[in-house]
Design a protein around this ligand. Structure first.
Ligand SMILES: *Cc1c(COP(=O)(O)O)cnc(C)c1O
Length: 387
């Protein structure tokens, strides 16, 4: 399913394979990361917001880009100051531009953090199962990557986190809430206890925070007390701006300064900055479908449970369901019916994202058909009991 297999060579090249090149040894055998990008009617596989912007926002975005074109010969604002000020205003919590760093998606923000605070001889700790990109950021920055397990219901207590820190002595800890792919959350009170007990840099990845029942229960509230706390956010999910590629962090200005040292100059294009600012100027409208998506995924969780499936209780815009003796034929059966979900997470589970009501209906119809051929395994589920 490699993407490059779709690209026709345009010129005849020398017959050289990857194996013939002096690749860094740790990259040998690695595959480019990414969920399959397949052109199917119902795409519920990468946790995007399914709603495109309104005509009015599209118009403002087009106008912003066309006025920028008059100075496209000039480099953009290297510091992205206006965008960072807008992001600070959006987050609230008394934050200012100096507290914010922005880059091309959280993936670049996380890479900046590990370039600055990880690196050879340093360790980053996260809690499995979790986001599959973290080991890639670690690999690319030559940082040692270790994980500690979550509980059977995929939650974590401050004791769990602090004892994993005591065991692994990490320089950087990544705590994901809501966690991908489980959708489980960790309250700010637990994060506070962790921060009181460690000197490590603690990165809280809140990519899905806007979808949660209590979005204001954010680690952002702890920033005024903890100088080694970083809260990572993105415009890719709730903000319906995945194609714009903007992720950002909130932290003490000194942490922002560290990111400014390692970033490539002019890393955020003028167009990216301008489009993100238009989106932020229309924040209420960009976010207007978040509560509906939340309802969709909560209703879907009940529907799945009613069919005897195991569901991990999720606060994000996706959920895990299973368990299947073999999840692959279920994934394939859904795909054959035009519905793309993600084959990820613990063994026997699939992950589905919240879509429009029509997309959810298509998913339910397809799944009922597939379940007739591939029923889920009946289990007593720790995640149900602890709910
Ligand atoms: C989707 C996601 C992100 C956001 O990635 P971007 O690079 O900003 O698109 C970050 N963290 C987690 C856990 C995610 O699932």
């Amino acid at each position: 399913m490699s993407e490059s297999s779709n690209i026709e060579p345009t010129i005849p090249g020398p017959d050289i394979a990857l194996a013939d090149l002096p690749l860094r040894p740790e990259l040998v055998g690695e595959e480019p990361y990414g969920a399959p990008q397949l052109d199917v009617p119902v795409r519920l596989n990468v946790n995007e917001n399914p709603y495109p912007p309104s005509g009015a926002i599209i118009h403002d975005m087009a106008r912003a880009v066309s006025s920028l074109a008059t100075e496209v010969n000039r480099y953009p604002d290297r510091e992205a100051t206006d965008l960072r000020r807008d992001l600070a205003r959006y987050l609230g919590f008394g934050l200012a531009a100096a507290n914010i760093w922005a880059a091309n998606g959280s993936n670049e923000v996380m890479t900046h953090l590990l370039q600055a605070f990880g690196g050879p001889g340093r360790t980053v700790l996260s809690f499995a199962p979790t986001y599959s990109m973290y080991p890639e950021y670690a690999r690319n920055t030559l940082t040692n990557y270790v994980t500690a397990p979550r509980r059977d219901n995929y939650t974590l207590t401050s004791t769990d986190i602090l004892s994993a820190i005591a065991e692994h002595q990490p320089d950087v800890v990544i705590i994901t809430t809501p966690n991908n792919p489980t959708g489980t959350t960790i309250p700010a009170s637990v994060l506070e206890e962790v921060l009181e007990g460690t000197e490590a840099l603690v990165v809280v990845d809140e990519a899905y925070q806007e979808f949660t029942e209590f979005p204001e229960d954010s680690a952002c509230a702890l920033l005024s007390r903890f100088g080694r706390l970083v809260v990572s956010r993105t415009m890719s999910k709730a903000f319906a701006f995945a194609g714009g590629r903007v992720g950002y962090l909130a932290a003490a200005p000194a942490i922002v300064d560290a990111c400014r040292i390692v970033r490539l100059p002019y890393h955020l294009s003028a167009q990216t900055q301008a489009l993100a600012r238009v989106a932020l100027a229309h924040a209420p409208e960009m976010l207007s479908n978040v509560s509906e998506l939340r309802i969709q995924i909560q209703q879907l969780q009940s529907w799945l449970r009613d069919r005897g499936l195991e569901v991990v209780p999720s606060q994000a815009n996706f959920c895990l369901f299973g368990r299947f003796a073999d999840r692959h034929p279920v994934w394939q059966g859904l795909l054959d019916r035009g519905v793309l979900v993600r084959e990820t997470g613990p063994d026997g589970f699939l992950r589905v994202s919240a879509g429009t009501p029509d997309e959810m209906a298509a998913f339910r119809r397809a799944l009922e058909e597939v379940l007739a051929e591939h029923p889920a395994r009946v289990t007593t589920t720790p995640s149900e009991e602890s709910r």
